[in-house]
Write a protein that binds this ligand. Structure first.
Ligand code: FBP
Length: 251
């Protein structure tokens, strides 16, 4: 069995990300979307191939026996209170994720950080345990830190980051769209058999978001992992529906 089958549809992926409460804090939220139950309702719409939570929200709000959209548990993370070089420590084990009913685990590495080796080393153990347990491994690869300063979205750095995903054994990577759009095809190429997903980022208008999704698919990407661009929208379900149409049918 392909480990990505449970969290993809015909090889395409559309993930609903909701770990921003840890990564950014309540600054991202309004009166509705601060509540994980609101996100669970969006996940229940059926447009997404997976929903991503840290373990606390998964434990308290997402009984996988009652909700059809597969769960990905994010295993590491950090807050904006952190100073110095970016480092996301491990917060949850693969075993805990399995007990929560996860079909995949997520982990962030910041290529370019002076802590990247620690994160790579930790990830190696996660990848081994997850694959022994037939769980898909999704690697967030966000170039950051003093060794890539000012070049975070450059072709040189992002193609290197994409390749790191293949070398480390990820099944899928979640990465930024490059500043130079023509670089994305190269990122997909060097990632080889690893599927490439693009991160949504800060809220954009419909035109920009839908055009990003089309570009990703035309250049061989597998889809999008989107958080704020869905649940900060005034019409989250309409947006999700349109994005799903693009991701699953456009190419
Ligand atoms: P968004 O679509 O809201 O950007 O979410 C994608 C994501 O990778 C989240 O999983 C994570 O919380 C956030 O981006 C990280 O944001 P930042 O770029 O500030 O580290």
């Amino acid at each position: 069995m392909n480990l990505l089958d449970p969290i993809t549809r015909n090889g395409r992926a559309f993930f609903l990300a909701y770990d921003q409460g840890l990564e950014h804090g309540p600054i991202d939220f309004n009166d509705e979307n601060f509540d994980p139950a609101f996100i669970v309702k969006l996940a229940d719409s059926g447009y997404f191939t997976s929903v991503i939570f840290q373990k606390g929200i998964a434990e308290k709000y997402y009984d996988t026996k009652q909700h059809p959209t597969p769960l990905i548990v994010k295993l590491n993370g950090k807050t904006t209170f952190q100073s110095g070089e970016p480092y996301a420590p491990r917060l949850c084990s693969v075993e805990e994720a399995i007990a929560l009913g996860a079909r995949g685990v997520g982990y962030t590495i910041y290529p370019g950080s002076t802590y990247q080796e620690q994160m790579m080393n930790d990830f190696a153990g996660i990848e081994e345990t997850a694959h022994k347990n037939n769980l898909a491994v999704i690697l967030w690869l966000y170039p950051r830190g003093e060794n890539v300063k000012g070049k975070e979205k450059s072709k040189e750095v992002l193609t290197y980051a994409a390749r790191i995903g293949l070398e480390l054994g990820a099944d899928m990577i979640k990465i930024y769209y490059p500043d130079d759009p023509s670089a994305f095809g190269e990122m997909v190429k060097v990632a080889g058999r690893v599927k490439v997903l693009v991160s949504g980022g800060t809220k954009q208008n419909d035109e920009k978001l839908f055009s990003l999704a089309k570009q990703v698919l035309l250049q061989g990407g597998a889809g999008l992992a989107v958080g704020r661009n869905i649940w900060q929208s005034d019409q989250p379900l309409e947006r999700a529906k349109k994005l799903a149409e693009i991701i699953f049918n456009y190419v």
